[in-house]
Design a protein around this ligand. Structure first.
Ligand code: AHR
Length: 494
């Protein structure tokens, strides 16, 4: 019998809402088409940003949005993206597809997007091909309220008051596309660049150093040893790639065996957080410096016939399970992980929204993040149980079910997944320490196949549906379909 026992009176820490963060890069059709269509577009928009996507993102409660990259960040020169749009530089996006970047979406447009969806901005500066001066001047342009050439330039460009900007990344993947640096060299550069990231007025920056790739623990060690005192956060990037980087595998055409491999790779995030966290503990036992997983998600082969540099992939119930598994892991590591940003927001990698012309769809990943939004800024609850396991390949066993729980304003939320691709899971759920009688409401996301996904012709093939749960022996009986994700709310009865 599978069991999940939630201790409603035993909290284990706050789940920072920012672990539900997102990432938007000048890559493929994420910014252009996906978000920005321009004010003159026939696609309904607000100040150039498409309304259908805005509405979907508002519903999702996006807490924080990272921009402009990614690899693009270390080639981005912010001055190219300000001033009258018709005079902005047209240049090549050398990293992603060699296409024209017209710079119509720049600093002002990014802040407007954040304002429209209620997200906090997280900007990544250019270390790889920029200078400390350029970075410093961007911050002055964005956040200085007084009299200065850059604050005046901002005013001239239509923005009188400075924006509030907390999260600032000093470079991206500086071990790779951000300059191919060794950790010692980057640590020195980080120390230098962050010196000129000034805090103006009451704008307090939260400085994030470019962190490790996957299991490069040495990178974390060197950065913490040399620069922990100068940073608030250190990033980590890890993608779930079922195959090799050359042949990653199709996003939609896969077997149960590929499903298992993908889940095993997704669950590797737990080990990464434990081990990077252990390295960080040596230098920062108080856990002042947070781990910022500012790129995560699935990475498959691009959809046939699309530009290989655009990283456009479909999104199925497999992505939904990968998302749920990551969120459970982030909840577990909430003491160190203060932000995570799924890659990427629209039309790129594990996107929550896909667009085609004037059409838009919400992916299964979108629905998971929306069902799980109740955990944002909630108190995580201790939980134990018997979750079962399976492995048809003789590989490392996978959990049959996963569970995570939190409490906010007296309401207990329990999220569960059934990772098995073909078997139901019958879970006995118990709430301990509860003195209230509850009113339950439950939703489940399940497909009719493990590769089930939404298309522009059938955008609601995979959507959350009400889930019936039955009271049993002072607890509840929850039956989960194969490859499904659910969230149950327990509201105290008045
Ligand atoms: O998200 C796509 C790319 O993956 C990012 O630009 C880069 O940071 C990472 O390698």
């Amino acid at each position: 019998m599978l069991k999940a026992i939630v201790h409603t009176d035993w909290t284990t820490g706050t789940i920072n809402k920012n672990i539900y963060g997102h990432f938007s890069e000048h890559l493929g059709r994420c910014i252009y088409e996906g978000l920005w269509v321009g004010e003159d577009s026939p696609i309904p928009n607000t100040d150039g940003i498409r309304n259908d996507v805005l509405e979907a993102l508002r519903e999702l409660k996006v807490p924080v949005l990272r921009w402009p990259g990614g690899c693009f960040a270390d080639e981005y020169h912010w001055r190219d993206g300000i001033g009258p749009r018709e005079t902005r530089k047209r240049m090549i996006n050398t990293h992603w597809g060699g296409v024209v970047e017209n710079n119509h979406f720049g600093t002002h447009e990014f802040f407007r997007l954040c304002e429209l969806i209620g997200a906090e901005p997280y900007i990544c500066g250019n270390v790889g091909s920029g200078s400390a001066q350029e970075m410093s001047e961007w911050l002055e342009y964005m956040t200085f309220d007084g009299e200065s050439p850059l604050a005046n330039l901002r005013r001239q460009n239509g923005r009188d008051k400075p924006w509030k900007l907390k999260y600032f990344g000093v470079g991206n993947e500086n071990w790779g596309c951000g300059g191919n640096m060794l950790p010692e060299f980057y640590a020195d550069l980080y120390r230098q660049f962050q010196t000129y990231c000034r805090q103006y007025g009451d704008n307090k920056l939260y400085k994030i150093a470019g962190g490790a790739n996957s299991d490069d623990y040495r990178w974390t060690d060197v950065l913490m040893k040399k620069a922990a005192g100068q940073m608030d956060g250190l990033s980590l990037h890890y993608y779930t790639v079922p195959g090799t980087w050359q042949e990653k595998g199709s996003a939609t055409e896969f077997e149960a065996s590929d499903w298992e491999i993908t889940m095993r790779k997704a669950l590797h995030m737990d080990e990464l957080l434990t081990r990077h966290g252990t390295v960080m503990d040596q230098y920062d036992p108080e856990r002042r410096v947070s781990l910022i997983v500012d790129e995560w998600g699935t990475w498959f082969d691009v959809e046939p016939g699309t530009n290989p540099g655009f990283l456009y992939q479909q999104n199925t119930m497999r992505d939904a399970l990968v998302a749920a598994a990551h969120l459970h892991i982030f909840h577990k590591h909430a003491h160190r992980v203060q932000m995570a940003n799924i890659a990427q927001l629209v039309n790129v990698l594990q996107a929550v929204v896909l667009t085609e012309g004037n059409r838009m769809l919400r992916t299964p990943t979108y629905h998971v993040l929306k069902m799980y939004a109740v955990h944002q800024d909630a108190e995580a609850l201790a939980l134990h149980g018997e979750f079962g396991s399976f492995s048809s390949e003789g590989g490392q066993p996978l959990p049959h079910v996963g569970a995570t729980a939190s409490k906010k304003d007296g309401v207990v939320h329990v999220s569960l997944f059934n990772m098995h691709p073909s078997e139901d899971a019958s879970v006995k759920l118990e709430l301990r320490g509860a003195d209230a009688a509850y009113h339950e409401e439950a939703y489940v996301l399940a497909g009719d196949a493990i590769g089930a996904h939404n298309t522009f012709d059938e955008p609601d093939r995979v959507v959350p549906k009400p889930l019936q749960i039955a009271g049993q022996d002072g607890g509840y009986q929850v039956r989960l379909a194969p490859a499904s994700v659910a969230t149950i709310s327990f509201k105290p009865k008045a």
